[in-house]
Write a protein that binds this ligand. Structure first.
Ligand code: ZN
Length: 711
């Protein structure tokens, strides 16, 4: 599921979507626009496009972006504006205004870069994608330059050094000032010129190595076709005398195919191996150059876990607690293998995903075909709407788009409206499959929320991307239970963006530490699996019948099958990531470390002449933070148990969750937010701290990680 979530560049996007519904001060309630229509209907019928009469605009309502060339214009404007802001920052005396100017600077660059970051991936027109890519590169170069600009840094340093002024700032402003300083520091701003140059060069080298490694993780391996028995060759792509193995074929019922795919796909490639080793060594050099013990220490600063020691403690404890249950899961899988393949019954790593799904299917009849008719997209959207309205007083409305505003006809635009506060922001729903669209469920921040200089609130704008089938003549778009859960998950990210009412866009919504970022989205999965919630919206699209309670319980129970083994595998990956980014030089080769770690933290045997780590693409994006998902899940489990398990529609809890967690975006240290999760729902002292210290907190999180039915 990690792959399904795209974390966003640190910082946001701006001014672009001015006008129209965005008017009005930050406090006053805005009237419901007549162009808004109920959200469910917008997804179940083909959208009637009255927009031909509307005025012409560009992507996301940015006028310049009506053609690909517009990116150049938007980028030039941003660069020009940023130069002015740099001058302003350098000539302003220490005070809160400095932080404001830095945020404006970040906003000016990110409102183009973030938008372009989405367009370069998702726009159907190649010319748009190419122009966006170019803009991303140019702005990226500018950001690098600014992060090593000594004069600019000096203005911030003066502020941070001025105790009197710092003491007078509110906590959010202080934190944002520190975060900006942190960006300078990890770029090596405090070093002398020679070392700074070295840091810049290392950064460039790392970026190249990351790209090279990432490409290598997907490359197929080739093998002489005669090596494989004839009857399984058809499973792989033939290329003359060779067969291409492009993946693990983990769901294939034939044990031999899975074994062959595992051994061939994971066969070590010398170039990829040296690329990984160089990447890890360079990351370590950079971290040490800018003053950290290891790359993990550098990466974990500012996260919920704070340091590698806490992460390791969390993972080791979790592994200890899991191991017995994992053992039981492996025994069950082995029994199943004996039953289906008596000649060759030793459980191997290529068996785990397959036999757990066999066990799930055998015990619970959860064929998606049985569930889909109850989950039409419109019904699911109405379900979300109803949940948000009961919990948070928030409604979703479909809004008509202008000509040129969206990149495909089937995009829906949702206005997110609070019952008292009015319009909170926009969610563009890019939900349907189309050729060349990446198969990824993602949340993109297109513009961050922030308080503008004139006192207006800049409304956040995000895109949610899914890959759902289109409706047909006879049926609306129907979701499998997995798709429904993903929709809820991504909506969790979107609501984090909508409700993170931070003063600064640098910490808007999902721009928070990686190990906290998945908390709001995973929490939504708990809602998606609760019968009381599902029962509110799951209706058969033809008959209107509700989804039987037994079917929902069956689904939930099925998720517990082999959950310990699944989580154990994630623990193993996370530990591996910690060791690779820990103390250097590494004591052994990356393959030997993999073997050792696999035996200790997973349990299924290492297979000689394989090197799974060379396919571990998350080492690039999540370097030293792969544990994040496990930790976020533990926190989400805690929030669910303590706040919503008793009543998933409890408005007071919803408000509290919004106030204590969502509202801060990345503007408050996550651990402080986690601590205020209510100890028990009847407590009279709602602000009592849950944890007495970091050690207890880690133990507690392990408990909550173990509670979850699903890993
Ligand atoms: Zn996510």
């Amino acid at each position: 599921m990690l792959a399904g979530c795209r974390r966003v560049l640190p910082a946001a996007l701006g001014r672009a979507l001015r006008g129209r519904a965005a008017a009005g001060g930050s406090g006053g309630r805005r009237a419901v626009s007549t162009s808004w229509c109920p959200v469910g209907a917008a997804f179940d019928v083909k959208q009637q496009r009255g927009s031909a009469a509307g005025r012409e605009t560009g992507l996301f309502g940015v006028p310049e972006l009506s053609c690909p060339e517009g990116f150049q214009e938007a980028q030039d404007k941003a660069l020009q504006e940023s130069e002015q802001l740099v001058q302003k920052a350098c000539s302003t005396p220490p005070g809160p205004e400095i932080v404001m100017i830095f945020d404006q600077l970040s906003d000016a660059l990110c409102r183009v870069a973030d938008l372009a970051d989405f367009v370069k991936i998702a726009h159907p027109d190649f010319a748009f994608r190419e122009a966006a890519e170019e803009a991303c590169r140019n702005i990226g170069t500018m950001v690098e330059k600014l992060n090593t600009d000594v004069e600019l840094c000096q203005s911030l340093r003066q502020l941070l050094a001025d105790e009197v002024v710092m003491d007078s700032l509110d906590p959010e402003t202080r934190r944002v000032a520190e975060l900006f300083m942190f960006d300078f520091e990890i770029s090596g701003i405090h070093l002398d010129e020679e070392k700074r140059k070295k840091a810049v060069n290392l950064n460039i080298k790392i970026l190249d190595l990351c790209n090279e490694f990432l490409t290598g993780t997907h490359l197929p391996n080739k093998i002489d076709k005669h090596v494989l028995p004839e009857h399984i060759r058809y499973n792989f792509t033939a290329e003359g005398n060779y067969l291409q193995v492009a993946g693990l074929h983990a769901d294939c019922p034939d044990d031999l195919v899975r074994e062959a795919a595992y051994k061939i796909f994971l066969y070590p490639n010398a170039e990829q191996l040296s690329c990984l080793e160089e990447l890890l060594a360079s990351r370590n050099s950079l971290a040490q150059l800018v003053g950290y013990n290891t790359f993990a220490h550098r990466a974990l600063q500012g996260t919920m876990a704070k340091n590698p020691e806490t992460v390791t403690q969390f993972l080791e404890k979790l592994s200890d607690q899991l191991s017995q249950r994992t053992q039981k899961d492996f025994e069950m899988m082995t029994k199943m293998k004996v039953k289906l393949n008596p000649q060759n019954s030793k459980l191997m790593p290529w068996d785990h995903p397959y036999y757990s799904s066999v066990l799930r299917a055998e015990r619970y009849n959860i064929d998606p075909g049985l569930y889909c008719p109850f989950f039409s997209l419109g019904a699911c959207m109405e379900g979300l709407n109803s949940l948000f309205s009961q919990l948070l007083g928030i409604s979703l409305y479909a809004e008509q788009t202008q000509r040129g505003e969206v990149w495909s006809e089937d995009i829906r635009k949702l206005a997110v409206v609070h019952e008292n506060e009015g319009l909170l922001g926009y969610i563009y729903c890019d939900f349907f499959q189309r050729p060349n669209k990446p198969h990824q469920d993602c949340h993109f921040t297109v513009r961050g929320g922030r308080l503008r200089e004139n006192g207006e609130y800049q409304l956040p704008v995000v895109v949610l991307m899914l890959s759902l089938p289109h409706s047909t003549r006879s049926a609306p778009t129907l979701l499998s239970p997995g798709m429904m859960e993903n929709l809820f998950h991504e909506m969790g990210h979107a609501m984090h963006s909508m409700l993170g009412r931070t003063r600064y866009q640098h910490v808007t919504g999902t721009r928070c530490p990686t190990d906290f970022a998945e908390v709001p989205s995973i929490l939504m999965e708990y809602f998606a699996n609760d019968y009381r919630v599902v029962n509110q919206f799951a209706r058969h699209y033809k008959t209107g019948q509700p989804l039987p309670k037994s079917m929902v319980s069956r689904l939930c129970e099925s998720k517990k099958v082999c959950a310990a083994a699944d989580m154990q595998l994630q623990v193993f990956y996370a530990v591996l990531d910690q060791i690779y980014h820990g103390k250097h030089p590494l004591k052994r080769s990356t393959t030997e470390i993999l073997k050792e770690t696999q035996e200790k933290f997973y349990g299924l045997p290492y297979v000689p002449n394989t090197a799974w780590q060379l396919r571990f693409s998350h080492l690039v994006g999540y370097g030293a933070k792969y544990y994040s998902y496990l930790m976020s899940r533990a926190v989400a489990s805690m929030v669910w148990k303590q706040c919503f398990a008793q009543d998933p529609f409890d408005r007071a809890m919803g408000e509290r969750y919004r106030r204590e967690m969502l509202a801060h975006g990345g503007g408050k240290e996550p651990i402080l937010m986690v601590q205020v999760a209510k100890p028990c729902s009847h407590s009279r002292s709602p602000d009592r701290f849950l944890f007495t210290d970091r050690f207890h907190q880690t133990l507690k999180l392990v408990d909550f990680a173990l509670l979850q039915g699903k890993s």
